[in-house]
Design a protein around this ligand. Sequence first.
Ligand code: MRU
Length: 353
Amino acid sequence: MVKTIEWKDNRVLMLDQSRLPHEVIYVECTDYHKVAEGIRKLWIRGAPAIGIAAAMGIALGAQEIIAGNFDELVEEMQPIFNTLLGTRPTAVNIHWAVVRIKKFLQENNRESIDRLKQMLIDESNRILEEDIAVNKAIGEWGAQFIRDGDTILTHCNAGSLATGGYGTATAPMLVAKEQGKSIHVIADETRPVLQGARLTSWELMQSGIPVTLITDNTAGALMKRGLIDLAIVGTDRTTRNGDVANKIGTYTVAVLCREHGIPFYVAAPLSSIDFDMASGDLIPIEERSADEVRTVNGHQVAPEGVNVINLAFDVTPAKFVSAFFTEKGAFKPRDLKKLMREDIDLDSTRLQH
Ligand code: MRU
């Protein structure tokens, strides 16, 4: 498994995913501005991975601050928070990481500034480690919904590269394989920047999971021929009613699944669930440069100056989701909000297969 991101020698190293699969090159970030640039330019992408990058960027930025006391430190850190929050709006994970770090700082406000700086590094590494454990748990719950011989459709990349490791949508596939089930994955190429073609197919081939790449517009035809048994995708932000923001084209997959009676599952770590947001129409949707659509791999494929709409994400209404795979179990969309509360018996709420 290649490392997506790591803290090393007071630097953040991130795998430049924009160069994959041709080149495996790590970018060295020595300040938080570089981390923010990496998130914006998709050197690192995928909701959990950019949450981890934000936490490491905050830790990196804090090392440069000269502060006489705790309040000064927190004040000086505001531009770091704001810069990272301003990179990509749709995935809730950056916001989640900032909230977690702010709370962590308040809980440790009696520590010396030097000690706090070190603690921020440790906390960002903890976020990375926890993410891997969360994904493994998602894998254990989700694998129960995969049968021997299944063909699974996935969209975009919600794999190891999109997380600290193991992936969210890919975790059930990896566990199913470990359990000895024979599975086959169909990966949508995922225009415009081809995360499925460049990243998912590359990752799955390395994991020894048979994978077939299709253009995005082939999925419906394969479903009609009875060649897809289930779909599993990731999420950038799921609201508390179960609406799912994920890579553009996910909504199309979900509607096609409904039409063909195919289960549509969403792998969602709690860090990607926005319990403060009531429904998907409130999710800010990132719009990216027109050139991503006018070009393929740097080659212009459309007339110069043609108008473009380039929404990076869409929102799939909860009614299309068969179940969410979380680290706490599999749940129906209507039960998702119960995960906010500590007093609910999850054993009786979990969806059994
Ligand atoms: O624009 P990207 O590549 O960051 O979009 C990524 C996705 O849409 C993923 O499916 C999502 O972040 C889940 S990653 C576990």
